[in-house]
Write a protein that binds this ligand. Structure first.
Ligand code: CMC
Length: 432
């Protein structure tokens, strides 16, 4: 039998031949771009679980087999070998950087790490307990005010784009550290150009004017790994948001600020905070794993097993597998003995043998163990999702660029209207 090259959609006595689009791993898409023009009908796919919004050459996921690749390279290959910046380059520019490219990009990152002094004053306007994700999104948007040369996407040359990408990657780390320092009422620590990306972040977070934070290379390596594992994940909620905003030709700062906002929710990046809240609730409430799992299965109970389940993975999330492996090492390094890790392990073990989780193919996702690692590294909980956003920045930049280079159409979905049919306006005095 020959491989089909089209699908046929039949609506009443109308039928439409739709070409099939094959991905490089033979994923099949049905091109329905002529559907409405030819038949008047649209597709309805709440949550877009069956909708390919674009073609993309950046990241490949096979959720059934727990596979994740950046530009074709399996995620496991980066473990203990790559640094976050070369992975960022890979995602954004499509190939691993050669020595010259890496050196030039590192130089750009170093020379663009500082925030404009006027931006520093903006932090003072935020209350001390402002959620760092709100600060992060607002300050990334603010970058647009200080870099007007990057506001017209069509006028940015390839070289200028490299500088723009470096500026954003470098400054988000400074913004995140300053947001933390502000929340603690501490003075800002300027970036140190002698330090590498992750080390510089730890320095800005934790060094005191009278006490330089000593950077343990293993802690730096742990942070580097966590950021790499978060660097891209194809068309997730925040990346789709960046693409949607970017499709109107909004600048990169505005698009990525929107990405931060989308990431914030507990069903997406905010799950790393929700996992810790859940583990603490179990610990402090003296609940055992069986009781917690029973509650997670009970639809009348709002308790959910955060850090479990995924729209795409119907197998173990490969990022969670790597993080789980590194938890013990990081805790030992930081001389931390975290009872929440034991609870996480017991929960995982119980869930993975429970028919509710087996039938629904619910496995731990990246957020299940990342919070335990962040906690061990001394990152406060309200900064966990900010850490995710620093990690995801290369992916957002790569998708913004890909979409812009393809000169795609503005994203503008349709809807099935379910409101009232045409009705008249009743003047105020005649309303009962
Ligand atoms: N605990 C208990 N039940 C769950 C869970 C969970 N964590 N996740 C899914 N289910 C159930 C859900 O109730 C539904 O059951 P039923 O078929 O009986 O109605 C079924 O599994 C399918 O779930 P869904 O909510 O329809 O799946 P989705 O693809 O719309 O949502 C998800 C995916 C990640 C939002 C969801 O699994 C969830 O809420 N997980 C907890 C939050 C979380 O960990 N989010 C981080 C995701 S990974 C990082 C990232 O990319 O953001």
């Amino acid at each position: 039998m020959s491989t089909p090259d089209h699908a046929t959609i039949t609506i009443g006595d109308q039928s439409l031949d739709c070409p099939l689009v094959l991905g490089s791993e033979n994923e099949v898409g049905i091109d329905i771009s002529q559907l409405r023009a030819q038949t008047g009908a649209i597709t309805l796919d709440p949550g877009l679980g069956n909708t390919g919004a674009c073609k993309s050459a950046i990241t490949y996921i096979d959720g059934e087999h727990g596979i994740l690749r950046y530009r074709g390279i399996p995620i496991e290959e980066f473990e203990n070998r790559a640094n976050f910046i070369e992975v960022a380059w890979l995602l954004i520019f499509g190939h691993l950087p050669n020595g010259q490219e890496q050196a030039k990009f590192s130089e750009l990152l170093k020379s663009n790490a500082h925030l404009h002094e006027s931006m520093k004053h903006q932090f003072e306007g935020f209350p001390i307990d402002a959620p760092p994700m709100a600060v992060m999104s607002a300050m990334i948007n603010s970058l647009a005010c200080f870099h007007p040369q990057f506001l017209e996407p069509d006028d940015i040359s390839e070289e200028a784009f490299t500088e723009l990408a470096a500026r954003l990657l470098s400054k988000v780390r400074t913004i995140a550290a300053y947001a933390y320092r502000h929340s603690r009422g501490r003075p800002f620590t300027y970036p140190d150009p002698k330090l590498r990306y992750c080390a510089n972040f730890l320095h800005m977070m934790f060094s005191q004017p009278y006490d330089q934070y000593l950077i343990d290379p293993e802690i730096e390596a742990a942070l580097n790994l966590v950021l790499i594992l978060h660097a891209d994940h194809e068309q997730n909620c925040s990346t789709s948001t960046v693409r949607v905003v970017g499709s109107s030709k909004a600048n990169l700062f505005a698009s990525c600020a929107a990405g931060v906002s989308a990431l914030w929710g507990p069903l997406h990046g905010g799950a790393n905070v929700a996992v810790l809240d859940m583990l603490r609730e179990i610990h402090e409430g003296g609940m055992n794993a069986e009781h917690a799992i029973a509650r997670a299965k009970d639809k009348s109970d709002p308790f959910r097993l955060f850090g479990f389940g995924h729209r795409v993975y119907k197998n173990y999330d490969p990022r969670a597998k790597i993080l789980k492996k590194h938890c013990d090492r990081v805790l030992a390094l930081c001389k931390a003995n975290d009872p929440l890790l034991d609870i996480a392990r017991a929960l995982e073990e119980t869930a993975l043998t429970d028919s509710y989780f087996i039938d629904r193919k619910l496995f731990p996702n990246v957020d299940f163990y990342s919070g335990i690692i962040f906690r061990a590294l001394g990152i406060p909980e309200n900064m966990f999702t900010v850490m995710f956003s620093i990690g995801r920045m290369p992916g957002w930049i790569a998708h913004w660029k890909e979409q812009h280079d393809e000169k795609g159409r503005i994203t503008r979905p349709r809807q099935i209207y379910t409101g009232p049919m045409k009705t008249g306006y009743t003047p105020r005095e005649k309303r009962s």
